[in-house]
Design a protein around this ligand. Structure first.
Ligand code: DGJ
Length: 693
């Protein structure tokens, strides 16, 4: 028997192979002592054979093979170049260890195939990154290739994955484990609001703060497939890969995207912290990591397509005065883009709106001390555009395809298309002092195609090489393209088009299972929300935005004196705290009141925290229940202060201590008794600041 182990101090993953077959993950959980004998452990894990079974149970390997009578979904489905189905059966060829990296190679000589699985641990973030590569001696067709397959825990009753919609991203879907499978397949060609490629399997009884959980994320922007299957014998497997049949051409090599795994014994938060840290410290490459996240102003909901230089200058003046540090010019500056029916791909400044080009606006923005960002939707083309009239074949999909937002996608697999987009975008970037691109993608593809995603990645990489100081935001009608693949190439995500703080609070809360604050854009929207019709107070809107990378998106001309004052104050709070919040862990709090959505952000090192206790609804009981904090040192003492005391309404008539003074107390008390905040109306955020004494 061959065995391998991966350790990062927090978790251990053990692989074992009988004879020379593909190995199985025989253990994935809390760190095991060095002395544990892996071979006995593997033998002891093996399930028995009884009536109604084969004489030996088929391996649940890192790529289950159909030909070995595996009773579930195989990890690889492929055909020879002439269409003949191949039934791969791999044998061990070699293993290679390089520090924290393990590479295992297997061959199938009869079919001329080689399968390589890589695993890499990271002690700082607690994520295991793994990936599978398949190569063939001649071009073959790929139907399905799973990243290394792992068994799912037997101690779990359910699984949590993610669904959503425009303005309603990161909704959790909870499915019980039963025989058969949960099959998610995203065939839209982009990550999608509906299909965030993540999975969390909580052990029985796990909560945000307690218990065991196993987390998965597939870092790919072209649409993924997930299989979570329970076999008749009770074993469970999890597979992640690109959506099936995404490779349209025969080829000699195929690679999955990276699959990220993490085990937690600190509830869902343990997974969340690993994902957050990995994104922040490993995946995202900030041009200048020391630069504080600038407060944004984005003009979309203020002017839409109606760009008038004097109005934009006036808005910029007001935004800067309120505390904005980067002005982002959204859709509408190019071609003849007066609405969303026209001009995508005509990436030249509209002389009707900007007779002297963008320079006068950019110089004005700079004179106010703000930097300048600009919107593109690079992969898209309107049939009503000069470029489509000239090169109709550059559009992806058939002529009679259904349009989405009156537009088609460009065929990003074509080098000439990528060159064209690169030339147009780089002309704008080279001619102006621009430090930010909002990169949009507002429709699904006519069909899934991995070459499209690779083309988008190549364009992004080329632009980043040429303009290394430009930061990029991934937007796709809000949160339609959020995954670690795109985040390797971008620096912020536009989490949702919903600037409704109430909706945003929930979306942010769930997205924090994977995303750190520093990449998560959040804007203060208009008083009267454009996408929900709700009217929310400025204080709630501002505090929800201050939880993440803060910005404004309302028309500042609508703000009255009180609203301006509150916004100024919260923005200044954000600026005062962003240096440590950029490196903080976000821990979701378990609340005993279903109307409360709460989190704590704990500074690296633990000396400081901010807890955001959001009241998202009217409570069933009269008074607020105490809110337990988490992630603190039980033995340490903390000074806790209610940052926005003055927000207590007149109906809060009592005298809880925090309304008037600071509290000095142990971490133990904060995490077991919890903090009782004053009464408030719904749609209110209490903010607690804490420092270790
Ligand atoms: C969709 C984005 O999500 C919005 O923020 C805005 O940029 C529009 N597209 C512009 O068309």
């Amino acid at each position: 028997m061959q065995t391998w182990r991966l350790d990062d101090g927090r978790q251990t993953l053990v692989l074992a192979a009988r004879t020379a077959r593909l190995p199985e993950v025989v253990y994935w959980g809390p760190a095991l002592p060095k002395e544990d004998d892996l071979e006995s452990l593997a033998r002891a894990t093996r399930i028995d054979v009884t009536g109604g079974m084969l004489d030996e149970n088929p391996d649940l390997s890192i790529c289950p093979e159909a030909v070995r009578t595996f009773p579930g979904q195989p990890g690889l489905i492929c055909r020879d170049s002439d269409g003949t189905p191949l039934l791969p059966k791999f044998c061990f060829a070699s293993d290679k260890r390089d520090g924290s990296r393990l590479e295992l190679t297997f061959v199938d000589d009869a079919n001329g195939l080689t399968l390589t699985a890589c695993f890499e641990t990271d002690a700082h973030t607690g994520l295991i990154t793994c990936q599978t590569t398949l190569s063939a001696t001649r071009p073959i067709h790929l139907h399905w290739l799973a990243a290394p397959v792992v068994p799912a825990p037997q101690s779990a009753d359910e699984m949590i994955d993610f669904t959503g919609r425009w303005c309603g991203e990161f909704q959790t879907a909870i499915t019980p484990w039963t025989p058969g499978m949960r099959y998610r397949e995203n065939r839209t060609g982009r990550t999608g609001h509906e299909h965030f490629p993540g999975l969390i399997i909580p052990g029985r009884g796990a909560t945000n703060a307690n218990g065991e959980a196993w987390g998965f994320h597939y870092g790919w922007s072209g649409g993924h497939k997930m299989i979570a299957e329970e076999l008749p014998d009770g074993r469970r497997q999890v597979q992640f890969g690109h959506a099936a049949r995404m490779e349209t051409e025969a080829a000699t090599e195929f690679k999955t995207a990276k699959l990220f795994l993490t085990y937690s014994d600190q509830g869902l938060n343990g997974c969340a912290v690993s994902f957050q840290r990995h994104v922040r410290d490993r995946v995202v490459q900030f041009p200048n990591a020391a630069r504080a996240r600038p407060v944004h102003y984005n003009c979309w909901e203020a002017v839409y397509f109606d760009h008038k230089l004097p109005v934009l200058k006036d808005i910029a003046d007001r935004a800067a005065d309120l505390g904005a540090e980067r002005f982002v010019l959204d859709d509408g500056w190019f071609g003849e883009r007066d609405d969303d029916t026209t001009s995508l791909s005509d990436w030249e400044v509209d002389p009707r709106k900007y007779p002297d080009g963008l320079t006068p606006l950019i110089e004005h923005v700079h004179s106010l001390g703000m930097t300048f960002g600009i919107w593109f939707e690079p992969e898209m083309i309107n049939p009503n555009s000069n470029i489509h009239r000239k090169y109709p074949h550059w559009a992806l999909g058939s002529e009679d395809q259904t349009l989405g937002r009156q537009q088609k996608a460009m065929n990003m697999a074509l080098a000439e298309v990528r060159d064209f987009i690169y030339d147009r975008m780089s002309a704008i970037l080279a001619a102006h002092d621009i430090d930010y691109i909002k990169w949009d993608h507002n429709r699904v593809l006519p069909m899934p195609d991995a070459a499209q995603t690779r083309g988008s990645y190549a364009l992004l990489d080329r632009l980043r090489d040429a303009f290394p100081n430009v930061e990029i935001e991934s937007c796709a009608s809000g949160g339609g393209r959020i995954d670690f693949g795109i985040l390797e190439r971008t620096h912020r995500v536009w989490l949702s088009d919903s600037n409704d703080a109430l909706e945003r609070l929930r979306i942010q809360h769930n997205a924090a299972l994977f995303l750190p604050s520093v990449v998560t854009g959040s804007h203060v929207g208009p008083r009267h929300c454009h996408t929900s019709g709700r009217v929310l107070d400025i204080s709630f809107r501002a505090w929800v935005a201050a939880q993440r990378h803060m910005g404004f998106e309302m028309d500042p001309r609508e703000l009255d004196d009180r609203e301006e004052a509150v916004l100024r104050e919260v923005t200044s709070w954000y600026k005062h705290n962003r240096h440590w919040m950029a490196k903080a862990d976000i821990l979701r709090l378990d609340s005993h009141d279903p109307s409360v959505i709460a989190e704590i952000q704990v500074a690296s090192g633990g000396d400081q925290f901010a807890a955001f206790i959001g009241k998202a609804d009217t409570s069933a009981q009269i008074a607020p229940r105490p809110q337990r904090l988490t992630g603190l040192d039980p033995a340490a003492r903390y000074r806790v202060n209610l940052a926005n005391k003055i927000a207590a309404p007149a109906l809060s008539r009592g005298d809880p201590l925090l309304k008037h003074e600071d509290l000095e107390v142990s971490g133990q008390w904060l995490m077991t008794q919890g903090v009782t905040v004053p009464w408030s109306f719904p749609n209110h955020m209490w903010v607690l600041e804490g420092t270790r004494i």
